[in-house]
Design a protein around this ligand. Structure first.
Ligand code: CP
Ligand code: NVA
Length: 329
């Protein structure tokens, strides 16, 4: 039986059963209660790792990555290893998934050998198609549209810092990219207000904004997209940024640099936030581009807590999707 906080939650909502066998392609695949339950379990796993040591004994996780990774790869591997399972990493940086063999044929092989698939891809559709074909859970470890595992860890970090995130003023400044999309959706799911400040042609995708607003209408939060960085951060409890040029967009770096300059998170911009505000970044950072050293290394920065929480949040996610939450001591 899981330790108290999670056991109570599980009893109330039966969410562990509801999530077993599911995919995580987008944060929007989850209900608000399911996002909250994963984070609740994440807190418990972080506080009591020994209770989950054998919860996923002998489970096998395969990871196919078309892009580089430090945090996502290592935290997924440490997560499954410390839950009793093991990981197989396949470097796909030299050949995109689906090139050598169809995604459907890959799925029909893999589901006979392993319990879960973790994919980092260029095209989001590679992940949704694999999820459609495979009978085992498929987890998005970053695509060109979303980075849901990052957002789960980030809101775990905010819950630890602020107790609850309901009504929290969360601001993202910079490129309206994959990380921004997952953060908007997660904020909406958990009832946090989310303001995004981006240059005009770099706003988040309209369909994701609409999805986040539809969720926020139910949870009682506001989703705002503006272009003024100072207005975006004024009074915020948390300021988040990410690189201006994501993986796959490196060829646009020179063009983007001047456009994103006003969105740099520096001490002057941080001064407009609430005095207790935290600074967040998914990492890796391009130091002194989207954020200055003074902010990244300063007292308000929680970036390494976020990085640590990748592991705890993903342990919770794996436990939920693989039905191991109930096997914990
Ligand atoms: N934040 C994040 O996903 O880092 P990696 O690209 O190193 O995995
Ligand atoms: N937006 C960045 C996140 C890296 C973790 C990218 O996609 O490259």
């Amino acid at each position: 039986m899981a330790s108290k906080a999670y056991a109570v939650l599980e009893q109330e909502a039966g969410l562990s059963d509801a999530l077993a066998g599911r995919d995580l392609c987008s944060i929007a695949d989850l209900s608000s209660a399911e996002v909250a339950a994963i984070l609740e379990l994440g807190h418990d796993v972080k506080a009591n790792p020994q209770n989950y040591r054998h919860a996923l004994d002998a489970k096998q996780m395969v990871m196919f990555f078309e892009k580089s990774s430090l945090r996502t790869r290592v935290t997924f591997e440490t997560a499954i290893n410390t839950l009793g399972g093991s990981a197989i990493f396949v470097d796909q940086t030299q050949s995109p998934l689906g090139e050598r063999e169809s995604l459907a044929d890959m799925a029909r092989n893999l589901e006979r050998w392993v319990s879960v698939m973790v994919l980092r891809t260029y095209a989001h559709e590679t992940i949704t198609e694999m999820a459609q074909y495979a009978s085992i859970p498929v987890i998005n470890a970053l695509s060109d549209v979303e980075h849901p595992c990052q957002a789960l860890a980030d809101f775990l970090t905010l819950e630890q810092r602020f107790g609850t995130v309901k009504g929290l003023k969360f601001t993202y400044v910079g490129d309206g990219n994959n990380v921004c999309h997952s953060l908007m959706l997660t904020a909406a799911q958990l009832g946090a207000h989310c303001t995004v400040g981006t240059p005009k042609n770099y706003a988040p995708k309209a369909d994701i904004v609409a999805q986040a607003r539809a969720i926020a209408n139910v949870t009682g939060s506001n989703i705002t997209v503006i272009s003024d960085p100072v207005a975006a951060v004024t009074g915020a409890d948390a300021i988040y940024t990410d690189v201006c040029t994501s993986m796959g967009f490196e060829h646009e770096a020179t063009k983007r640099a001047p456009i994103f300059k006003p969105y740099q998170v520096n001490e002057a911009l941080m001064a407009h936030a609430a005095p207790h505000a935290v600074f967040m970044h998914c990492l890796p950072a391009h130091r002194n581009a989207e954020v200055t050293d003074a902010v990244l290394d300063g007292p308000q920065s929680v970036v390494f807590d976020q990085a640590e929480n990748r592991m705890h949040a993903q342990k919770a996610l794996l436990l939920m999707l693989l039905g191991g939450a109930k096997l914990a001591k």
